[in-house]
Each structure stands twice: as C-alpha cells, then as structure tokens.
Design a protein around this ligand. Sequence first.
Ligand SMILES: NC(=O)c1ccc[n+]([C@@H]2O[C@H](COP(=O)([O-])OP(=O)(O)OC[C@H]3O[C@@H](n4cnc5c(N)ncnc54)[C@H](OP(=O)(O)O)[C@@H]3O)[C@@H](O)[C@H]2O)c1
Length: 329
Amino acid sequence: MKAVQIVELTGPDTALRVGDLPEPDPSHMLSPGSGVVVDVHAAGVSFPEVLQTRGEYQLKPPLPFVPGSEVAGTVRSAPEGAAVKEGDRVAAFCGLGGFAEIAVAPEFLTFGLPDALDFAQGAGLILNYHTAVFALQLRGRLDAGETVLVHGAAGGVGTAALQVAKGLGARTIAVVSSAGKEEVARAAGADEVVRSDGPWKDEAKELSGGGVDVVLDPVGGDRFLDSLRALREGGRVVVVGFTGGSIPEVKVNRLLLNNTEVVGAGWGGYVMSKPQANREIGAVVERLVGDGYVHPLVGARFPPEQAADALKLIEGRAATGKVVLEFRR
Ligand SMILES: NC(=O)c1ccc[n+]([C@@H]2O[C@H](COP(=O)([O-])OP(=O)(O)OC[C@H]3O[C@@H](n4cnc5c(N)ncnc54)[C@H](OP(=O)(O)O)[C@@H]3O)[C@@H](O)[C@H]2O)c1
C-alpha cells in the first residue's frame, strides 16, 4: 500500500517519504489483537503532525513511522461485535498510521460517517469535533444561552468549536487574525468576529454585555491574560492548545478576584481508555450533524505526494478549516 512516512526529524520540508509498505494487521495498540481496518479515502492533517516531523510532539514513535491520526473511508474488516461492518462508510481515529491507503483504528474510536458528509469532511470529524464537544460541554460546562469566545476560530479546532457551540445553544464570538479568516469564521457560524490584532478583549466584553462565559483557547501565548479579563463572574477559560508558541502562566489571584476558572481539556488523554466516553461524545457529534450544525469545513486537499505542502500550510498559519490528504477519490 502507498503510505507517507516520517523518516527523519528535520521538519516538514525534508522529513517525509512516500513509498510502498506492507498492509497493516487488524490490530491496534489501544486494542491489541483487534481493530477496524479501513480503506482510506481521506486522511486529516493537523498541527501534531507538523510537530512530529521535528520530534517535538509528546508521542515519539521510533523512525520511520507513518503519521496521521484520523481518516475517513470504508471498512475492509471489523472485529466481531463492532458497531460497524465491512463496506460501511466511517470516520476513524487511528492515532498513527493514517497517512496510508489502509489504516487500523480501535473499534471504540470508529464511527459511522453520516450520509450528509463526504470523506474529506469525515477526515476532520473526530479530532476537532470530539475535542470541541469534550472541551465545551464536559470541561467548560457550556450551557445554552451562554456566550463563548473562540480563539484561532478559523482553524480546525476553532471552526469545530464554533459549530458545536451553536449546536449547544450558545452565542459565539470568534477571534481571528485576518479578513480571510473572518469569512471562514462567519461561515462556521460565528455570531460576532473580532480581530486578534485589535482591542478584542474590550470588544468581546461589550458584545457579551460585560464578559463572556467561556473562552476556548487553542492558541495560548500572550493573549491569555486578556482571555481571563474577558470573562464574566463564574467564567471559564478552557485550555486546548498552544499554536501561539508559548505556554502562558496564570497569577491565581486573578481567579480569586473574579471567581473565574482555568480548565484544562486534553481530549486524547481523557478518552483513549474510555470506550463509553467516546460513544457518548460520538452520539453528540452525530446529533449535531443530523441537526445541521456540524459540517466540517475542508480548506485544502492534497495528494499524498504533497504531504509536505499540507504540513507547511498549517505551519505557516495559512490553513483554514481542515487540511486533508486524499488517498482515493
Ligand atoms: N487539547 C486537545 O485535546 C486538542 C485536540 C486537538 C487539537 N489540539 C491542539 O489545538 C491547537 C489548534 O489545532 P488546530 O488543528 O485548530 O490548528 P490550526 O487549524 O492550524 O489553527 C490554529 C489557529 O491558531 C492561530 N495561531 C495563532 N498564532 C499562531 C501561530 N504562531 N502559528 C500558527 N497558528 C497560530 C491561527 O489563527 P489566527 O491566525 O486567526 O490567530 C490558526 O488558525 C493545536 O495546538 C493542537 O495541537 C488540542
């Protein structure tokens, strides 16, 4: 099968090789001896793969390895008792091995792909949307009628968070860095859009009538203090990632003064050992697809041979929505 491997840790330009590899066994490291084998149509590309080309991600498999955490395609084989069967269209989270014509995922991280979504959209369904549901609903305790501010709102997690928040009945304020990204955030359902290079904190406070209930933050960096200041009493900043580069520090007296919270949301660490939690989050995502709220925005599609370009698009902050590699059309 055709696959893209990381062969050295020298960054997106030089780290990747496309080649022929043996087909994988129907076994996944999270479910040894068992796994759903998927004929991959599209593989999702995300920030962690950029980091993996430099050995900077927490998951550091020995070289060479096939990166790619999530795919969409059709089931080639499934273990007995699985919720999916041969021929089904699925979205699957494989962790690694997704940048290939055939990938393997645990049964509890494989979900039927709703007819409303194509394979490229399916390749953007799990990491971003399951994270958005987990971060907003489970960790941020977002309620209908509350206001949520989303940083990096034109990105993968950001667009997913906007759609999920609308589906949960919240009002949304998107923070983005350019006019092009403003359009993307609006297409994802942002009620209001503010610019990260402007007085976004004051604008957000005004737009929300005194402060937002939840900030979803995949960016981190310098803006973190203003995120805390943008909260109303009882508000929560949900920490999702650090695309801005630096990891912020909090002086906890700020939390005390305004009765606010900083909450961590690490989707992978939470759900990998909890099949039932995955099914519950999957059911919320499926309902939101059915209700028309969730429809992954696919920003750019590349053939496997151009995987480096896909990674560089993300690294260069130019990606909008989901970036995918197409293995079958
Ligand atoms: N906690 C979890 O469970 C979890 C799950 C999935 C992903 N993540 C993390 O969430 C983060 C976002 O992932 P994503 O897929 O949404 O990424 P993405 O599509 O590349 O979007 C990230 C956004 O961050 C903003 N940004 C600000 N400074 C940046 C910089 N220096 N370089 C690049 N982007 C910058 C950009 O928006 P503007 O240009 O508009 O500022 C960009 O659109 C990543 O760190 C990822 O690892 C965490």
